[in-house]
Design a protein around this ligand. Structure first.
Ligand SMILES: Cc1cc2nc3c(=O)[nH]c(=O)nc-3n(C[C@H](O)[C@H](O)[C@H](O)COP(=O)(O)OP(=O)(O)OC[C@H]3O[C@@H](n4cnc5c(N)ncnc54)[C@H](O)[C@@H]3O)c2cc1C
Length: 645
């Protein structure tokens, strides 16, 4: 079995060396006794949107807010961008869902799609790949045109700006009027930039995609825009919504009670049919005891695109037949709950790239000695055994310590991004002209077996001719990620049982609309075009074509790639881009003020309310939804802003 080590990196090193120079995260959390059981506002889920709402509402010191979160504070290694995948498959920090991928997933282990979701303060912003992408202006104008009044691009732009603290960089073009510099959310370009990522942008330009600010007010016409990624990082460290908004003075506010390790099981409703009001929630603590708390003003669900519809259905709000099928009384029929699930799916195009790609071993050294320990790495598993290291390993350890210290002190490091480092957006011409329907992500590294095989569930023995050789730690590889961003296929979230602790059924239904496969092939062809136009003398190797598919389609290396072969590669090896949304969409489940249709004092505010998926990564838009929801609530209850520390 092939193993990697960087992306399984563990947190002992940071904690042992105390290089971050501060107390562990969440030092003020988990106040032993919950002093009050009644709050003005109860927010469920402290993720990308929920952490923002808790912060903004509690700015009014006269307003009491409870933030109820199933996870706890994130660990220190959450801050190291390149250690991104180490939080996945850890039940402390990841919900570890898997999904039925519909027509995709033929080459995934057990034909199941991994669906990681953050289970911690900061939610999925604590385990995401940190790309800061807002979406095309046309996405939001399209929302408004579909009935989401108040959510056009001009309406939402001030909320993106409000959150942002952009660190200027000479490496990218910036439309400065579209950006903010004083908000809580760190946004920056990784440093140092990996030269191959600059080359990706140049190659994209050669194929006709101009460079520019993809978060600017004008993302260009059909030709699109290419750039290094802007990332949610500050000084080379992750800026999750916990780090950016809650951590420090905010989490210590006396009017904000954070209840960690509290799994919300339902919203409590009062009143008769047709006249129901949310009055609070119930949750289970880590020991399994049930508690209830009251919201005198509102309950706000920010449990994400899986959690929010699940909680609504557990509370008797949703599609009647499905709720009753698991023996829950339907208190309010709302057919759209859990429906309209959208997600992005990308197909990884893998190239051996000697002289271009970054070896995983180099990233591992920069992650510090613990990333290099046995069984995957060359250092002993137990640091106590380091006393007898041979000279070359002692030197390796010293270099790893030096690089780790440099990262903590300057933010400069190979580990200062997830290595998802550059991007291009454009239109394939196959529809959806209001926006760009295609995105290509660039990774100047091939990652490792722990990420590709375990986290993404790709069957490495069929994807590569020789996985051990291709994914060896000193190999230089690169990935182009073909990502159609306006899919037409829709999935759903359905209750498996009335047990609130059981995961719901997630049906992705990828590629059930034939449009999506056509766009995918067009985006894959653009990736091949970019690889073929790589600048400089050193060129990437040929595309990795899985041997069985090559044989089936009569492909020989260097020969033409038929549409049928590309389609088959996409059907086998595409994986989620983790952008689940629209399961409580505005218009069907909530109104444009995000109030649940037909239920008083209950809102949903997170990625689930998006009327449709946007043409880019979804974290920034989820944070924007948190900002805008806060403003609507603040206005409705005449709360004060910026009152608190
Ligand atoms: C692995 C991964 C990589 C990604 N990469 C990127 C990227 O690079 N760029 C980008 O823009 N987007 C990325 N995304 C997507 C982005 O992070 C999400 O769209 C965004 O975080 C969603 O925000 P949210 O507020 O809707 O939900 P979340 O941030 O997931 O927050 C939901 C919160 O609710 C809590 N919760 C759920 N159920 C309950 C319950 N029953 N009781 C109590 N609490 C509950 C959860 O624990 C969580 O903290 C990625 C996502 C993942 C998972």
């Amino acid at each position: 079995m092939v193993r990697g080590y960087v992306f399984l990196w563990w947190d002992t090193e940071l904690e042992r060396l105390s290089l971050l120079g501060r107390a562990g995260a969440g030092a003020d959390l988990g106040r032993g006794t919950l002093m009050s059981k009644e709050f003005d506002f109860v927010i469920v889920g402290g993720g990308s949107a929920g952490a923002v709402i808790a912060t903004r509402l509690s700015e009014d010191t006269g307003c009491s807010v409870a933030l109820v979160e199933a996870g706890g504070p994130p660990p220190d290694h959450e801050m190291m961008p390149a250690a991104v995948a180490s939080l996945q498959l850890d039940p402390q920090f990841d919900w570890m869902f898997t999904a039925d991928p519909g027509n995709a997933g033929l080459g995934l282990r057990d034909k199941r799609m991994a669906v990681p979701r953050g289970k911690m303060l900061g939610g999925s912003s604590g385990l995401n790949y940190m790309a800061y992408v807002r979406g095309h202006p046309g996405d939001f104008d399209h929302w408004a045109a579909q009935g989401a009044t108040g959510w056009s691009y001009d309406d939402v732009l001030p909320y993106f700006i409000k959150s942002e603290d952009l660190k200027p960089s000479n490496e990218i073009a910036i439309d400065s009027e579209a950006h903010g510099t004083g908000g809580p959310l760190g946004v920056s370009v990784r440093s140092p930039v990996i030269p191959a990522s600059r080359d990706f942008v140049k190659a994209a330009e050669t194929t006709g995609i101009p460079t520019g600010d993809y978060n600017g007010r004008n993302r260009g016409g059909a030709a699109g825009v290419a750039s290094l990624f802007q990332t949610t990082t500050r000084n080379g460290m992750r800026s999750s919504t916990y780090r950016a908004f809650l951590q420090g003075p905010v989490e210590s506010r006396s009017n904000l009670t954070i209840i960690p390790h509290a799994h919300v099981t339902k919203v409590v409703l009062s009143g008769d049919a047709g006249n129901r009001t949310a009055t609070g929630i119930e949750y289970r603590d880590a020991e399994g005891a049930t508690h209830s708390i009251t919201a005198t003003r509102e309950v706000i669900l920010s449990a994400g695109a899986v959690g929010s519809p699940q909680i609504l259905m557990l509370s008797g709000i949703g599609p009647r037949r499905e709720i009753e099928a698991v023996d829950i009384e339907c208190l309010h029929e709302l057919p759209g709950v859990g429906k309209n699930l959208k997600d992005h799916l990308h197909c990884p195009l893998f190239f051996e790239a000697a002289g271009i790609g970054l070896p995983v071993a180099q990233v591992g050294i920069s992650a510090g000695p613990d990333a290099l320990r046995a069984p995957a790495g060359p250092l002993p598993a137990d640091p106590a055994d380091d006393a007898s290291l041979p000279p070359e390993l002692a030197d390796l350890k010293a270099e790893a310590e030096r690089r780790l210290t440099e990262w903590t002190q300057t933010g400069e490091s190979l580990v200062s991004s997830s290595l998802y480092d550059a991007v291009a957006f454009f239109s394939t011409g196959l529809g959806d002209e209001h926006s760009h329907d295609a995105q290509i992500g660039y990774v100047p590294c091939g990652y490792d077996a722990s990420l590709l095989g375990e986290r993404l569930r790709i069957d490495l023995d069929t994807f590569f001719a020789d996985p051990a050789k291709t994914l060896a730690a000193d190999q230089e590889n690169m990935l182009l990620l073909a990502n159609p961003v306006l899919p037409h296929s829709k999935g759903e979230i359905v209750l498996e049982s009335a047990d609130p602790m059981a995961p719901p059924i997630i049906r992705m239904n990828y590629f059930t609309d034939p449009h999506d496969l056509k766009v995918m092939v067009a985006v894959m062809r653009k990736c091949l075009d970019i690889a073929a136009n790589w600048p400089g003398e050193i060129q990437p190797g040929p595309l990795n074509v899985p041997p069985a598919l090559a044989k089936k389609h009569g492909y020989v290396e260097g020969g033409p790639l038929s549409d049928a072969l590309l389609e088959n590669m996409a059907l086998h090896y595409s994986t989620t881009v983790y952008h689940l949304c629209s399961t409580c969409r505005m218009g069907e489940v909530v109104d444009p003020e995000l109030r649940v249709n037909g239920i008083a004092n209950l809102r949903v505010a997170d990625a689930s309310v998006m009327p449709d998926i946007i043409s880019g990564n979804t974290n920034a838009a989820s944070i924007m939804i948190g900002e805008k929801a806060s403003d609507m609530i603040i206005a409705e209850y005449a709360l004060k802003q910026s009152d608190a520390a």
